[in-house]
Write a protein that binds this ligand. Sequence first.
Ligand SMILES: Cc1ncc(COP(=O)(O)O)c(C=O)c1O
Length: 397
Amino acid sequence: MTEDNGSGGAWREQTNLVRGGLLRSGFQETAEAIYMTSGYVYESAEEAEAAFKGERQRYVYSRYANPTVSMFESRLAMLEGAEACRGTSSGMAAVFASLMCQLKAGDRVVASRVLFGSCQYIITEILPRFGVESVLVDGDDDAGWERALSKPTACVFLETPGNPTLEIIDLERVSQLAHRAGATVIVDNVFGTPVLQKPLELGADIVVYSATKHIDGQGRCLGGAVLGTQEFVKDQLEPFLRHTGPALSPFNAWILVKGLETLTLRLEQQCRNAKALAEFLREQPGVTMVRYPGLEGTPRAELALRQMRLGGTLLAFEVEGGKEQAFRVLNGLRLIDMSNNLGDAKSLATHPATTTHQRVPPEDRAAMGIGEGLIRVSVGLEDIEDLKSDLGRALAG
Ligand SMILES: Cc1ncc(COP(=O)(O)O)c(C=O)c1O
């Protein structure tokens, strides 16, 4: 349920991040209130009947909508430039709902090969069980997208930058090809973030988030969101969410709505740290490859900077010596924590081949560019000199 915030649409992005969608109660509290309730009461039986008939807009049950969740949804929709948003219990609930609310047996889905492991599982294992054909394309293979989208297709699902190789996909071009094939384009914008990259402006139709990552930004709770047109949300997404139940907890929605207030500030500093760390890693002996979106001399750097305001908070690098050396580096870290989470104020490092992408068969991992020596770092808000010292010491052994 999104409501008018009184701005008349005039506030700028940062103001909306602090005040957009605010629903004050009769107590006139300063901060957003946590409406920790599962149900709502009616003045009369007639009012309940009208609410259930859809003749009266009001809260009826928190699996459908809740005022704290509404504040989060309105604020994120303003940031994204989307007509409507629905919160979900996790990022995966958002990904699954965005696909399942519109697909049926006999449909065809085209997806980027580099995907977060659970997204890959949905596309390649779950959807085919329900009669949906899935086709994977290398994100940077323009001719491959053209071939895959030369047939009628229901949905395109992609991540850019991709997890964990940070591969960049041309959103404008793939969206054009997808629309010609009749497909709806869904972008998992977790690495892009709603501040740095606006997929809807580049032609995508639906954007999904794991709000667990940068939107919370301090590693406290799970949450997700799906954004798109009012028509898509009302007619397709909302009935699916109402009846299958991946509702966002009001408490988590409150954490996320407060997270949005500082999102831009945190991201700008984290991006500065990430770029500086990527430049530092390039100079280190034993590092054979560094990926950071937009970094000079890396694939599709110019495209990354055209699509994103800054390169993001994640980088990936490959060490000589495969898994053994990657483990030695990870075990040698004293400041950066080993964790498969990302987007946190604390810097986190992981070995994708044995964690987030362990389930992906080795030959598919190789096709995705996830080598045994690849380490992914989610760069946080610590002092950059401390981050450099930690990685430098771990690399030196
Ligand atoms: C790109 C991407 N999409 C989706 C998800 C899933 O999010 P959640 O863990 O909130 O379900 C993740 C989580 O790691 C992710 O990195």
